[in-house]
Design a binder for this molecule. Sequence first.
Ligand SMILES: Cc1cc2nc3c(=O)[nH]c(=O)nc-3n(C[C@H](O)[C@H](O)[C@H](O)COP(=O)(O)OP(=O)(O)OC[C@H]3O[C@@H](n4cnc5c(N)ncnc54)[C@H](O)[C@@H]3O)c2cc1C
Length: 406
Amino acid sequence: MTYDVIVVGAGPAGSIAAYDCAKQGLKTLLLEKYPLPREKPCGGAVMYRGLRLINEKTPRKLIERRIYGLRFLLPDGRGSEFVSDKLIGITVFRDRFDEFLARRASNAGAELIDNAPVVDASVSPTSAKVQLAGGREFSAKYLLGADGVNSIVSRKLGLRPKRKELNKVGLGMESDFHVGEEGVLEATGGDPSILEVCPVNGRVSYGWVFPKREHLAIGIAGAGVHMRSLRSQFDMFCKCVEKRLGISLNLEKRRAFFLGGDGLGSKNILPRAILIGDAAGFVDPLMGEGIAYAMKSGAFAASVISKAYDEDRYDEDALSEYQDLCRKEFSSNFALATLVGVRGPALAELILPKINGHKLAAKVMTMVARGDIGYADIPFVVLKKLPRELPTIIKHVVKSHLATPN
Ligand SMILES: Cc1cc2nc3c(=O)[nH]c(=O)nc-3n(C[C@H](O)[C@H](O)[C@H](O)COP(=O)(O)OP(=O)(O)OC[C@H]3O[C@@H](n4cnc5c(N)ncnc54)[C@H](O)[C@@H]3O)c2cc1C
């Protein structure tokens, strides 16, 4: 069968790309390895930046919690909390959220085939081809590799090495703990609208406690090279959370998965082919946030392919705008996140307590989460707003100084 576009992988990247391609009138095939809904190890926090791409139209039943704030805990027990009056994200179960995105693509006209593992992919001057386990073959004018961090498309096309480079990817372990609605309220001090990010022993990684309706999503993640004892670190982290929140957690299933990395430092296009989402490596190197970047890169790829299709072009130059769009949109966020990651705990301990609860900090955090600005714009926004905010800042600093015990 011949298509205009084949998208391999129905995660957020692939389903957004397939939706946009189908909407542009391209004959689109979306192939997913597992039967839908399929599981994906994830904290399930989708920032507003990503929701924007679906016009915020997430069905209510998929929204576990609406998120209005972030709390960063420090190793010494201090914390910084930033709360907004604007929505900054939601929590979801990834199996349901991802299935919704895949069906949305299918409703827009993409042909969706699940339970369809791609085992081979190639591009030639005349077409792009994929083969499923079992031998069935499909060809298209363009191929999008959206098959996640273990992408077979990227390796078959020679865009990534056969063995994963642990210094370029992250690794995480997580679980959803059922504690009931009462338990969620108890654990969150009655406010289940805040995402909590916490330090983990050894400081090579971070952890999180994200509220869902009746569950707490708890996990840890960090650079792949530092995560050899992932399971014991995860269990220890859960014990600390139990103690700190005064709740009891019954572990049903630990789930571990790699996180994409080094997307901007790698080549993501070939004639007729583009890698998107985790397959390309578009994950925030500090927080491991990847859903919104996956969605955005999917949208970029669809727009570039649609234009190339109209111009009847298949060469790398025609697709290179994709790299430019991703670089422009993601590079400042990733660069700053890498810098903060390197300076990590020391920087956090220095800055976070000082800006705890500050209105300007909350405003900036909201703008970043909503996608109004990138990380690199923070200094400019702060400087712009500074004159008006100066009296409150001085008051805040004096107040927190007086409150700090010597
Ligand atoms: C423990 C953990 C917690 C995380 N928490 C968060 C979080 O809270 N918020 C956030 O924003 N990000 C989080 N992330 C990152 C986020 O999960 C990813 O960045 C995001 O899922 C990337 O989307 P994607 O569509 O590129 O890839 P995926 O979501 O991985 O989707 C890829 C799809 O391709 C399919 N596939 C794979 N191989 C094949 C094949 N051969 N043939 C056909 N289909 C194939 C897969 O089954 C899958 O459906 C977390 C990651 C981990 C590991």
